[in-house]
Design a protein around this ligand. Structure first.
Ligand code: GMT
Length: 380
């Protein structure tokens, strides 16, 4: 099948999921066309089955805001026609589902029907999408999608609670390509990060408020008071400066390493002993899943879809949002004893394996079939 994928090309989870999905589809023989404003960060190889089309928005002084949706829908129309694309999959409702619907309508005027799948990722619903400024347009474009999927059961329920949705929402959880994480991978260069007797605690995110970055630092502060440990903070975002200052104020600056954005997440997770994800809201928690497949147990909040990924007392522990005392106590329980830590590491891997792309990809192919067949009905 010839598939167009629209996504954000950045380090965020929705872009990562869209990119990994496109790569896997291409490996299965589909022709995949990524359409976005920059080559996605996890997409390094283009070939006969993987194409990238850049959306350009020319600056015009009259516009206070440059019309990206307009440029995207025009690019979609042109690319779909030029390559004979059969199906459109948009990741993140805002503004992708909206632009996708406009492209559908324009193409229909020319007698071309293109089914659209919209995958809801989280903040497009729970944070940004529900804002009154966006809500009518988001509701409209979800309802006009041919198939709607959500990355967790929790996100599906939130979507149904927040919006007036007439469409069925299918849950297709995020996934991981287990073959990319070889158990033989030992070139961790752990010694560059910490001494042999130190435990390594890691956090990876976009450093937005929703990630509760101060909780990461307070949990680590309590850990390092009891056992030798280092904290590795990976990512960039608005809360980073505050985080650096907090480490300074707590006198733990020398024990915290800020690495910035990285394309080598597996290398970092390879030497990590524990992953912290104390988010205020999280539809799934892809970063936690990536940690778990690298045998890193997770201490997280119990919000949103995280409990569908991190299993209490098995792959790690969950606590109420903001309960840093409980998170630190469970972190110490996991970290203090080698045997316990090793058991959690193996469990984390086992739990993560259930999200193997081989189990999830067919679910997407199924919805593609369903959407493709919908071309015989008028879904407008
Ligand atoms: O919050 C992020 O990490 C970025 C955001 C995004 O849109 O890229 O992530 C959302 O989608 C991910 C992939 O489906 C999920 O794993 C994250 O849980 C979700 N983030 C939130 O719900 C806050």
């Amino acid at each position: 099948m010839k598939i167009a994928i629209v996504c954000y090309p950045t380090f965020g989870g929705s872009g990562v999921v869209a990119t990994e999905l496109g790569i896997a589809l291409a490996e299965r023989g589909h022709e995949v066309h990524f359409i976005t404003y920059k080559q996605p960060v996890r997409l390094d190889l283009l070939n006969n089955n993987i194409h990238f089309h850049e959306v350009n928005v020319p600056e015009y002084p009259l516009f206070r805001y440059q019309p990206y949706e307009l440029a995207l829908s025009s690019k979609l129309v042109d690319t779909i026609k030029l390559f004979g694309i059969e199906l459109l999959h948009v990741h993140y409702a805002i503004p992708h589902a909206y632009a996708g619907y406009m492209a559908k309508k324009m193409l229909l005027e020319e007698g071309i029907y293109i089914p659209m799948i919209t995958t809801l990722h989280g903040t497009d619903i729970t944070l940004v999408g529900k804002h009154p400024f966006y809500k009518p347009a988001v509701t409209f474009s979800i309802n006009k999608s041919d198939v709607v999927t959500s990355v967790s059961e929790n996100l599906k329920q939130s979507t149904l609670n927040i919006f007036d949705i007439q469409k069925e929402i299918e849950v297709i959880p995020n996934f991981i390509d287990t073959t990319k994480y070889s158990t033989e991978y030992t070139d961790c260069q752990r010694s560059l990060m910490a001494d042999d007797d130190e435990r390594i605690v890691t956090h990876i995110s976009n450093f937005r408020k929703v990630k509760h970055i101060p909780d990461v630092i307070h949990v680590f502060d309590r850990i390092q008071k009891e056992i030798p440990a280092k904290l590795i903070m990976v990512g960039e975002g608005p809360e980073k400066e505050m985080a650096e200052k907090l480490c300074d104020d707590l006198g733990i600056k020398s024990k915290v390493i800020f690495l910035g954005n990285s394309n080598e997440i597996d290398r970092i997770l390879c030497f990590s002993d524990l992953f912290l994800l104390p988010s205020k809201s999280e539809s799934f928690g892809l970063a936690a899943l990536e940690a778990m497949i690298n045998r890193v147990p997770v201490i997280s909040s119990n919000t949103g879809g995280i409990p569908e990924v991190n299993k209490q007392g098995v792959s790690g522990f969950l606590a109420d949002v903001g309960d840093v005392t409980e998170m630190a106590s469970k972190a110490l329980y996991v970290l203090k004893d080698d045997d316990i830590l090793n058991e959690f590491k193996e469990n984390a891997y086992e739990v993560a394996s259930k999200f193997d792309i081989l189990n999830i990809l067919p679910l997407y192919e199924e919805v593609y079939e369903k959407a493709y067949k919908s071309r015989f009905k008028n879904s407008y």
